[in-house]
Design a protein around this ligand. Sequence first.
Ligand code: DAH
Length: 348
Amino acid sequence: MIGQLEQLLGQLDTLLARAIEELGPINTSADLDDWDTRYLGRNRGELKSLSSVMPKLSKEERPVVGQKINEVKKELERHLKEKREELKQRELMLALEQERIDVTLPGRALPAGTMHPISRTIQEVTDIFVRMGFSVLQGLEVENDYHNFQALNIPTDHPARDMQDTFWIAPGEVLLRTQTSPMQIRTMEQYQPPIRVVVPGKVYRNEDIDATHEAMFHQIEGLLIDEVCTMADLKGCLERFAHEMFGPERRLRFRGSYFPFTEPSAEVDISCGLCNGKGCRSCKYSGWLEVLGSGMVHPNVLRNVGYDPKKYRGFAFGMGVERIAMLKYGIGEIRLFSGNDLRFLRQL
Ligand code: DAH
């Protein structure tokens, strides 16, 4: 019987050694669970089957074997616990490794928009006048007949009204402004001379639409009022503007014209940039391109706002922003500006 006892104790030692050896290379929880069932399992675990000999042992042998089994069991459980901890740690490291965020990667950029060519042109033009001491004002798009026409020396039956087909809101009284010129009146009603303002904004005309005409477009109005002011000041100011906007090599031409609110009035042409004034298709072989209207403020207009025409005088001008942009960027079609075609907008 002694030999049998020693054999049994020896088997338990071998079992322990084998179990520990097998534990070494295990590196997944699933394999570890298998190992657990194989050695420590309650039903078919190896330790359990070795313990099944207990009833066959003598009273003296039983505690010896029982103690040994307990030792082996404790030892196996200790190793199991250590291994579980090790695997848990390793799986955590693995997860951290895989889910790692590279904070040095550049972010995904949002597509950036750009300024609309009309807004940009307004910005460029007004900047030039701001550098000459002008302020920038904004006016109303819904105007009344008085400010849009009458106060500008355009009475109800004046033929000049035919040139600006009007969108009426209340016929004869309220309208969508056909020009930015009503802001001349509003500015002079609100401020006293000296006045130097430019006023960009939308204007509306009930016109047939084609490559150079839209029902809504933009203008920039200019007004200067002072005690001393001559046509030479007007010319110098506009020449400075044209040179900064289009280049110092461009020449200006003042052509006598008519506007009800200025006297004398002049239309201003700029030498064609493509042919340098020699004449080409772009300037219809004249060498000149029309850029704006201007003149010395009419005494009636000054009187309408309560200014004394003997004391104050001034000049005014008005330009179409689309026209300026078309000249500057070489665009032949006004409808592109309001067409919202990104292929066009991205080019500028
Ligand atoms: N308001 C005019 C138009 O729309 C443009 C204009 C001409 C404005 C001469 C002015 C000016 O201030 O002096 O046709």
